[in-house]
Design a protein around this ligand. Structure first.
Ligand code: ADP
Ligand code: ADP
Length: 218
């Protein structure tokens, strides 16, 4: 469960996130939708403790990110710009994250298999296609088998097969009773994946409900 309340973030005079509040429930895929610059990434960064809010709270399982006892076992995230070292092999990138978070080594093999990267695990990341890099990022997010999955624009750069694969993975994850929040600037891309949607524009929440209702109303 994700609970965001009265969240505010300024960059200089710009209110990037303006009194944002929403709840994301388990067992469903929730889309976090809005145009570029709407405040999606900023909200997700605040949720994941990568930045401090000017006001309000962002909680995962009732705690702020930095107060989580096992962060990676609680929440897995795919964010922009948090890529692996290009010189590293895919498998080593995951092994390093696993080791620094006390996740059993065998889990690396499991997630590589889950994302279909077993064959490419020994290659250096700099040789990966965009889609392979995205799969590796998702593998890293899944390492801790987290209760909550947060993905910022997960299908960017993926071909239709890749998009379908992400959709199936997220639907399966949510069906197992976990919480999935995925941001996207494309509403159509999220249809068929998300059950619910939270729509943000200009830093403010403008709609929150079932994706069908929201699509119909716009
Ligand atoms: P989205 O993810 O929806 O595209 P962002 O959260 O990245 O939107 O950005 C929201 C607003 O905050 C935009 O106007 C963006 O330019 C601004 N912004 C985001 N990060 C910074 C930053 N580090 N410094 C200054 N402005 C920022
Ligand atoms: P520092 O890095 O200086 O130790 P803190 O981690 O103590 O900063 O956080 C700075 C401020 O931001 C504190 O008032 C803290 O309560 C607040 N803060 C940080 N993360 C969150 C969050 N997810 N929700 C609400 N407040 C937060």
């Amino acid at each position: 469960m994700i609970e965001v309340a009265r969240l505010t973030k300024r960059y200089g005079r710009k209110l990037a996130v303006d009194d944002v509040g929403f709840t994301v429930r388990p067992g469903r895929v929730t889309g976090f939708l809005g145009p570029n610059g709407a405040g999606k990434s900023t909200t997700l960064r605040l949720l994941l403790g990568l930045d401090h809010p000017d006001g309000g709270t962002a909680l995962i399982g009732g705690r702020r990110y930095r107060d989580l006892r096992h962060p990676l076992r609680t929440v897995g995230a795919l964010l922009d710009g948090a890529g692996p070292v290009p010189e590293r092999r895919g498998v080593d990138h995951l092994a390093w994250i696993a080791q620094s978070n006390r996740i059993p080594r065998r889990r690396v093999r499991e997630v590589l298999d889950l994302v279909g990267l077993t064959g490419a695990a020994g290659q250096r990341v700099k040789g990966y296609s965009l889609g392979m890099g995205q799969r590796l990022g998702i593998a890293a997010a899944l390492l801790g088998d987290p209760e909550v999955l947060v993905l910022d624009e997960p299908v960017n750069g993926l071909d239709p097969d890749g998009i379908r694969w992400v959709r199936d993975l997220l639907r399966e994850y949510a069906a197992s009773g976990r919480t999935v929040l995925l941001s996207s600037h494309l509403m159509a891309e999220t249809a068929g994946t998300a059950d619910d949607a939270i729509v943000i524009a200009g830093g403010r929440i403008v709609a929150h409900g079932s994706l069908d209702d929201i699509s119909a109303g716009h």
